[in-house]
Write a protein that binds this ligand. Structure first.
Ligand code: ACO
Length: 318
């Protein structure tokens, strides 16, 4: 069996920057509150008519270039998203068509902020078992379309963007392990309901019990980091880079502390991107690769949690 290795990365952000000061002019909030509670300073918001697939396509093309891979060589397309262009077909099918790929499997993964970790883990299984040779794995979101812009407790948190990787079969070790979890008992902590308002739920917009999500995130990520290290028989010091889901700098710092890592070993984009859900890890990963911090051979830990609740990690050698 061959290993599954990341061959190239890419990302894309919409042009429009929305700062905390911009938000303070529409809801009762302040730059000071947002920065001190979350670490977020600004986020990107998709333009009118700019869809999740538009962002995904730009990130995917960059990842294909970086991998030196033709679209025609891709035999699996997975898009992790919670904000698909359509209910169906899946965004992966729309993306596949844009890239001129015809025939190979293409599907979306819906695990909210853990979506990219789920998608990468699935791609690895396809490659390890010989079912695919080159997979395009994308995390792409237009969270701005499901945010309630009148709710200051959530609208300050989210942003839009996309990140992508090409994963290929290789004799060299790449993805070392993946660990996926979910517990639907916590479905109401963080949700977008499509139920009618008469049934007691806000329809079509994010609602979140932020405090409880925060506590669950810290606890589950703590256990997840322990599980990932134990399965690989690794010490904390063996991990060179932490690429966490970018929801809140305080949650990220708690995980880094658990790993005994200094913050300069953590790729942080939450200050500039906000929480881009399934796009946050591939966006952060690509930023670390492109600015030269993450080097070939480095051991990288990706970890995420999100609606579901879902949580998971991927440990890889870049
Ligand atoms: N500006 C100013 N005040 C605010 C704002 C705001 N934007 N939002 C809430 N407040 C107020 C609240 O109304 C409350 O006021 P009160 O004390 O008068 O009632 C006060 O600030 C404190 O609110 P809390 O919710 O207790 O604030 P907390 O310190 O918990 O921070 C936060 C809130 C940042 C949301 C935090 O709970 C958090 O980060 N939770 C995790 C959220 C997360 O990561 N979600 C994404 C998961 S990933 C996914 O799947 C999408």
């Amino acid at each position: 069996m061959s290993y599954a290795r990341v061959l190239g990365t890419g990302s894309f952000l919409p042009e429009r920057v929305v700062t905390n000061a911009d938000l303070a002019s529409t809801v009762d909030t302040s730059d000071e509150w947002i920065v001190s509670r979350t670490g977020i300073r600004e986020r990107r918001i998709a333009g009118p008519g700019e869809t999740t697939c538009d962002l995904a396509e730009r990130a995917a093309r960059q990842a294909l270039d970086a991998a030196g891979c033709l679209a025609s060589e891709i035999d699996l397309v997975i898009v992790a998203t919670t904000t698909p262009d359509r209910v169906f077909p899946g965004t992966a099918c729309l993306l596949q068509e844009r890239l001129g790929i015809h025939g190979p499997a293409a599907f979306d993964v819906q695990a909210v902020c853990t979506g990219f970790v789920y998608a990468l883990a699935i791609a690895e299984k396809f490659i390890r078992t010989g079912s695919a040779k080159r997979a395009l794995v994308v995390g792409a979101e237009t969270m701005s379309r499901i945010v309630d812009w009148n709710d200051r407790s959530t609208c300050v948190l989210f942003g839009d963007g996309a990140g992508a990787v090409v994963v290929g079969a290789s004799d060299e070790q790449g993805i070392l392990s993946s660990h996926l979890h979910a517990d639907g008992a916590y479905k109401d902590l963080l949700t977008v309901s499509t139920e009618t308002p008469e049934r007691g739920a806000a329809s079509g917009r994010i609602t979140m019990r932020g405090n409880e999500v925060f506590r669950m995130a810290v606890t589950t990520l703590d256990a997840l980091v322990g599980e990932t290290l134990a399965v690989n028989d690794l010490k904390k010091a063996d991990i060179r880079w932490l690429v966490p889901h970018q929801a809140n700098i305080r949650i990220i710092a708690a995980t880094a502390k658990r790993l005994g890592m200094a913050m300069d070993q953590v790729i942080v984009t939450v200050d500039r991107h906000g929480n881009t859900s399934a796009a946050s890890i591939p966006l952060a990963f690509d930023s670390g690769v492109r600015d030269g911090r993450i080097q070939r051979g480095d051991v990288v830990l990706m970890e995420a949690f999100g609606g579901g609740l879902t949580w998971g990690s991927v440990l890889l050698r870049y």
